[in-house]
Design a protein around this ligand. Structure first.
Ligand SMILES: Cc1cc2nc3c(=O)[nH]c(=O)nc-3n(C[C@H](O)[C@H](O)[C@H](O)COP(=O)(O)O)c2cc1C
Length: 157
C-alpha cells in the first residue's frame, strides 16, 4: 500500500517528478447527507488521504458534491472504486481524469472543503501561481467544466 516510489514517510509530498493521477467528478448526495455528515466524510478523508499520498478539495452545496483528488495512480484508482460504491452519494459523473508527471496543485490539502462560491477563485489562483504546463491545461479544463458542465448550478441554490 505504501510502496509508491517517493512516498517514504507518507507525508513527503515533494513529488514534483512523480506521476500523479487526477480525478475530478461531481455527484448527488444521498438522502439525509447533511453538513454534519459531510464534515465526517472530510475528517475521515483527511486521515486516509494523508496515509495514501492523496490531496485534493471537496465542495458540497445544494446536495451536490464536486471533488478534485490527485495522488499516486494506484491509490487514486482504489479511491475511485470506493467512491463509486459509497452509498452516501450517487450519479457520480467524471469530469476529468488524467495521469501525468507534474507538481501537485494543492500539496498541503489532504482534503480541503471549499465553499461553492470560492471554487472559481481557488482554481484561478492556482492558475496564476502554477508554472507547470500540465497543471495549467488541467485547470483550464476544470474551469471550462465549471462554466458549462453539470455543476454550473453550484452555489446558485
Ligand atoms: C463525496 C465523498 C468524498 C469522499 N472523499 C474521500 C477521500 O478523499 N478520501 C477517502 O479516503 N475517502 C473518501 N470518501 C469515502 C470513500 O467513499 C470510502 O468510504 C472510504 O475511502 C473507505 O473506502 P473502503 O470502505 O472501500 O475502504 C468520500 C466519500 C464521499 C461520499
Amino acid at each position: 500500500m505504501f510502496d509508491e516510489p517517493g512516498y517514504p514517510g507518507n507525508s513527503d509530498l515533494d513529488d514534483a517528478e512523480l506521476t500523479l493521477q487526477t480525478f475530478v467528478y461531481c455527484s448527488r448526495a444521498a438522502e439525509g447527507v447533511d453538513d454534519t455528515e459531510v464534515r465526517r466524510i472530510v475528517a475521515s478523508a483527511q486521515r486516509r488521504n494523508l496515509a495514501r499520498g492523496i490531496t485534493g478539495m471537496l465542495v458540497f452545496d445544494s446536495g451536490v458534491f464536486f471533488q478534485w483528488i490527485e495522488g499516486p495512480p494506484a491509490q487514486i484508482q482504489s479511491l475511485i472504486a470506493s467512491l463509486h460504491g459509497d452509498p452516501r452519494h450517487h450519479d457520480v459523473v467524471a469530469l476529468d481524469r488524467s495521469e501525468e508527471k507534474r507538481e501537485r496543485l494543492y500539496p498541503n490539502w489532504q482534503m480541503e472543503q471549499i465553499e461553492a462560491e470560492d471554487i472559481r477563485e481557488v482554481l484561478q489562483d492556482a492558475l496564476v501561481t502554477t508554472e507547470d504546463d500540465n497543471n495549467i491545461a488541467a485547470l483550464k479544463r476544470i474551469l471550462e467544466c465549471l462554466a458549462s458542465g453539470p455543476i454550473d448550478a453550484l452555489g446558485r441554490s
